[in-house]
Design a protein around this ligand. Structure first.
Ligand SMILES: [Zn+2]
Length: 758
């Protein structure tokens, strides 16, 4: 098992915020792969030595531009099977169209075949060196199971937001296909410089096959030669200034390719003639074309190849002949199985040499029906709205895989969509019958139809809970827990779930499954970091709570972290409210670290064993939500991760129970259940605690606290006036850590509770 304290993602995320002179993170990723596994460096050195040997010992130097070697080599066209995985969140900025992907492939074929018109701009010294790779990239025609495909897949995932290596979902066998992923952006950080894309060099891919391929930010796939550049890396080309190990423009470096003179590289500039590292550049070879010792001096251009696609300049348009030879040598090398891509057998397996192959795609597959649940103007998806016949759920056809000739929207709960055959634009629908709503889209194409059903929830506007009624959600089977809908938007293992296996008083509660169960090598992809999961409450009627009145959302919770490092305790619970039936959600409280943990750290999956594992939490409801007759609450969990450990989740399972909205300052009735009339809160405590007494108005209560030896440490008497009363146990009385017994005497009744002081 690899357990090194370095990580792929983190490097890129950091760099994107500090390095401005950067477009491509291939070098940084390669360095991270080397840190994880030194074999990567050895493999890369071996490949370079092999290449250096080839340059020195064969007929390449017979003529100084290698023209005869080059001409013989490129006579054979190599066909490369490609699959493009679009990792998206249905944003226009990441839901790349098939047309844009085909345009990207077409452009790769132009650049790898010297077919670009702007080659006429190549400066005179380099015109003789322009190289034609003679590669043809083809979107796969058969998937790994042998089924027909267009070579494009789509994955709905939060990982689109800079998941990078962790976003490499659904990889197809990298020894058969060049995998290209497209995500919303590279790197989680958005400030600072922009990294467009990165690729795996064959040496890195050999040790990390799950990472093998190219990943690009969606906006860049048809810009700045991003993908032709990354494909260059995939075929083992370096940046032209590679050996400087600096960003572009910093220091002279070379790239193991002799007809690209040494250079510092150029960042978004285009000084067509730049001799700063290339003055007097020539190479001496000590073997002649027959492999016998000789001395040949080749005088290359004395200006840098600013226009090289492996530079970052603003005017890239060419590869050189030696770059082409190096790429083609890579396709004959077993390193990372690059040599398997171009075999006849693989051409057949991937279907790209099929007689019926058509770059426009398959006409034999039906569309894959899909739709998005669109957002309100406030940015929240319309998954939870009122069944009031007025608030609008909004959907949009996103079917793919084949042209759609027609769609049909069918929505349950008696709803009538505005236009049931709308294939483009938004479909809006209001619901009058509350509950879960099935939204079904059928998409028809030339080769047939498919359908998909997704669920949204229409909240009952007439089901209103009054805080004065003492309502408590304890998630019991015979309660109203079905009115508290859960959404696992990305359909993964990290999710809220009602459980009947554990709870505060009974055996039921709600749990967020935050324990990251992935193990190596599965933890190299699909981190929980960035995930978002929600559950919602029904409406609470706060119309009798004016501004300035006390009203709290309270609950008991039990949680631990998986990490010991406080800096990595990043799990977050965001509690928001809506007073307009889910059109707009307003953050009320963001709970982190200590708010999420009652028991410190546990490295195995957590489940609470007794009441001492739980604690209470109360959140003051802001005035903006008061006086409203329908206030909904949303609980949103965001798992934290350790960026130095494969983005492994640092949180653990998190339990909530006895959720209530109460007119009391703390969540007193949260912890009282039907059978009990007293409770201690908080318990366990690190300071003071309090006795909460229910239903003993107009009496006197005597409280006696004894320590574990039976010695009395505190006693007091209190007059009870209200339905709920609260009697403080001061922290000074229970300053020694340990277990105390709290005896409560009201009239003829005596009850005893255990209090834990940590
Ligand atoms: Zn690069």
């Amino acid at each position: 098992m690899v357990k090194k304290s370095i990580l792929l993602l983190s490097a890129v995320a950091c760099l994107s915020s500090v390095a401005n002179a950067q477009k491509c993170a291939t070098d940084e990723m390669q360095r991270e792969y080397i840190k994880l596994n030194p074999k990567v460096a050895q493999t890369q050195q071996a490949l370079d030595l092999l290449w250096r040997g080839a340059l020195s010992s064969n007929s390449m130097i017979y003529d100084k531009r290698f023209d005869s070697t080059y001409a013989a080599e490129i006579a054979t066209k190599y066909y490369i099977p490609v699959v493009v995985h679009v990792v998206h969140d249905y944003n226009t900025s990441d839901y790349v169209s098939d047309a844009d992907i085909r345009k990207m492939i077409a452009d790769m074929n132009v650049k790898y075949n010297m077919a670009n018109a702007d080659l006429s701009n190549v400066i005179a010294p380099f015109k003789p060196y322009i190289g034609k790779a003679n590669f043809e990239f083809r979107l796969a025609w058969k998937d790994p199971e042998g089924n027909p495909t267009n070579g494009i897949t789509r994955h709905f995932s939060y990982l689109t937001y800079g998941g990078d290596d962790q976003a490499k979902l659904g990889q197809w066998a990298p020894d058969r296909y060049l995998n290209i992923w497209v995500e919303n952006r590279i790197g989680r950080a958005t400030a600072g410089g922009t990294i467009l894309a990165y690729a795996t060099l064959p040496s890195g891919a050999a040790q990390f096959p799950y990472s093998d391929g190219i990943i690009s930010g969606a906006p860049f796939i048809n810009q700045d030669n991003t993908i032709p550049h990354e494909a260059g890396h995939y075929f083992n080309l370096y940046h032209t200034w590679n050996s400087s190990q600096q960003q572009a423009g910093q220091a002279c470096g070379d790239d193991e390719v002799d007809d690209t003179p040494p250079t510092k590289g150029h960042f978004s500039t285009c000084p067509l003639y730049d001799s700063s590292c290339a003055q007097g550049y020539q190479m001496t070879y000590t073997y002649d074309s027959n492999g016998t010792l000789a001395k040949a001096i080749v005088d290359y251009p004395d200006t840098t190849n600013v226009q090289n696609i492996m530079d970052y300049s603003s005017c890239t348009n060419m590869f050189t002949k030696q770059q082409v030879l190096r790429m083609r040598a890579t396709l004959k090398s077993p390193t990372a199985n690059r040599n398997n891509l171009i075999t006849a057998a693989n051409g057949a397996i991937t279907g790209i040499m099929d007689a019926n192959y058509n770059v426009a795609g398959q006409s034999t597959i039906p569309p894959t029906a899909d739709f998005s649940i669109e957002k309100t103007v406030n940015g929240d998806r319309t998954v939870y709205m009122c069944a009031d016949g007025a608030t609008k759920f909004t959907f949009k056809n996103q079917s793919w895989n084949a042209p759609v000739t027609g769609v049909q929207w069918d929505i349950s709960n008696g709803a009538n969509p505005s236009n049931p055959t709308t294939a483009t634009g938004n479909v809006q629908v209001t619901i009058s019958n509350p509950g879960w709503v099935d939204v079904k889209l059928t998409a028809t194409g030339a080769a047939g139809a498919t359908d998909v059903t997704k669920k949204v929830y229409a909240a009952d506007p007439n089901y209103k809970l009054n805080p004065n009624d003492g309502y408590i959600q304890d998630f019991a089977q015979n309660g109203d827990r079905d009115k508290w809908p859960i959404f696992n938007y990305y359909n993964n293992d990290n999710k809220w779930e009602v459980t009947d296996n554990t709870g505060y008083y009974d055996k039921s509660c709600i749990v967020y499954h935050g324990y990251d169960a992935r193990t190596f090598p599965k933890n190299l992809i699909n981190t929980p970091g960035g995930d978002v999961d929600d559950f919602f409450t029904p409406a609470f009627d706060l119309s009798s709570f004016p501004s300035g009145s006390t009203c709290n959302l309270s609950y008991v919770y039990a949680g631990v972290y998986r990490t010991f490092n406080p800096d990595l305790m990043k799990d977050t619970l965001e509690v928001s409210y809506s007073t307009d039936c889910g059109n707009k959600w307003v953050l009320m409280k963001r709970l982190t670290k200590g708010d999420m943990s009652t028991k410190g750290t546990l490295q195995t999956p957590f489940a609470p064993l007794w009441q001492g594992d739980w604690a209470t939490q109360s959140i003051a409801i802001p005035d903006a939500a008061k006086s409203k007759d329908k206030v909904f609450f949303r609980f949103r969990y965001k798992p934290g991760v350790d960026a130095t450990m494969f983005e492994t989740g640092t949180g653990n399972n998190f339990y909530m129970d006895r959720i209530t909205v109460t007119p009391f300052a703390t969540g007193v009735n949260t912890i009282l259940n039907g059978e009990k009339s007293i409770a201690l809160a908080p318990n366990p405590t690190t300071g003071s605690s309090a006795v909460v007494i229910r239903g003993a108005q107009n009496t006197t209560a005597k409280i006696v606290v004894t320590d574990i030896t039976g010695k009395m440490v505190y006693s007091t008497q209190a007059e009870l006036k209200d339905k709920f009363s609260r009697v403080e146990i001061p922290s000074e009385a229970i300053s020694v850590k340990g277990i105390y017994m709290v005896q409560v005497i009201t009239g003829a009744q005596t009850q005893t509770e255990k209090l834990v002081v940590n």
